[in-house]
Design a protein around this ligand. Sequence first.
Ligand SMILES: CCCCCCCCCCCCCC(=O)CC(=O)SCCNC(=O)CCNC(=O)[C@H](O)C(C)(C)COP(=O)(O)OP(=O)(O)OC[C@H]1O[C@@H](n2cnc3c(N)ncnc32)[C@H](O)[C@@H]1OP(=O)(O)O
Ligand SMILES: NC(=O)C1=CN([C@@H]2O[C@H](COP(=O)(O)OP(=O)(O)OC[C@H]3O[C@@H](n4cnc5c(N)ncnc54)[C@H](O)[C@@H]3O)[C@@H](O)[C@H]2O)C=CC1
Length: 223
Amino acid sequence: MATQLRLRSALALITGAGSGIGRAVCVRLAREGATVAACDLDGAAARETLGLLGGPGNVEGVPRGAHAAFQADVSEAVATRRLLEQVQVCFSRPPSIVVSCAGIIRDGFLLHMSEDDWDKVISVNLKGIFLVTQAAAQALVSNGCHGSIINISSIVGKVGNMGQTNYAASKAGVIGLTQTVARELGRHGIRCNSVLPGFITTPMMQKVPQKVLDQMWQMWSHS
Ligand SMILES: CCCCCCCCCCCCCC(=O)CC(=O)SCCNC(=O)CCNC(=O)[C@H](O)C(C)(C)COP(=O)(O)OP(=O)(O)OC[C@H]1O[C@@H](n2cnc3c(N)ncnc32)[C@H](O)[C@@H]1OP(=O)(O)O
Ligand SMILES: NC(=O)C1=CN([C@@H]2O[C@H](COP(=O)(O)OP(=O)(O)OC[C@H]3O[C@@H](n4cnc5c(N)ncnc54)[C@H](O)[C@@H]3O)[C@@H](O)[C@H]2O)C=CC1
């Protein structure tokens, strides 16, 4: 039976769309019929994702759509505002689905962590979600449109993780930001939720030393 294209009329903006979870979200939303605006700091990677969404290199079951790729650094306010403008020019409407996946790690123990590693992770993972959420919400409210904003946090934002004071703080901040946005925007018909994944095998995970992965698996297998 053909899957119900339940997102047929939706326009979805995904950040971090050039890799890992963001790329997978693009594929899945397109499979459900959404039109995808794939954004990444790496514009070429965002365009590669498009190749998976109906067209050459299509993933089976993804209907052909007028998807588009965009390049933007979500930690930059001007770039993020320009991104939302470009999306609206391209599709003549604001995105009714926004999934913020863009994120980085700069792991290190507290005793040795540089201010720059702190600043960079907070800037991308937390400020980036603030900027994207604000720009998308302003576009939706000014157009009288309802929407759903999904921010990718992490289990680390809830329980912490050795070597990740910056990352854990950023992801905990995403949770608090999302809860507040949900309270403010519900009256406008805009939902806002966060997702807290555990380990997902993506390029981000490749930076984790194998001995740490082994220790974690051992810890979990005995818990
Ligand atoms: C409901 C269940 C909750 C479970 C909570 C568990 C949380 C972890 C799951 C995370 C899932 C989500 C992940 C995510 O959101 C995406 C990411 O963030 S992927 C990156 C995750 N990063 C890490 O886990 C940090 C890994 N560690 C490192 O990269 C390096 O150790 C570090 C750069 C921090 C320091 O390097 P260095 O100075 O070279 O020290 P060593 O590497 O030799 O480590 C010294 C010592 O400490 C142990 N260790 C290091 N990190 C961890 C860790 N995260 N957990 C446990 N132990 C750790 C390491 O094994 C060494 O132990 P020795 O016995 O001394 O060899
Ligand atoms: N992989 C995992 O185990 C987990 C990942 N997460 C989170 O999920 C999200 C996606 O992670 P992965 O797909 O694993 O990582 P990834 O490294 O595979 O993909 C991240 C993408 O974000 C883009 N990006 C980085 N900085 C950017 C910026 N300033 N502006 C725009 N794009 C930017 C990168 O170019 C990359 O394409 C991140 O927020 C991460 O913190 C959360 C829990 C677990």
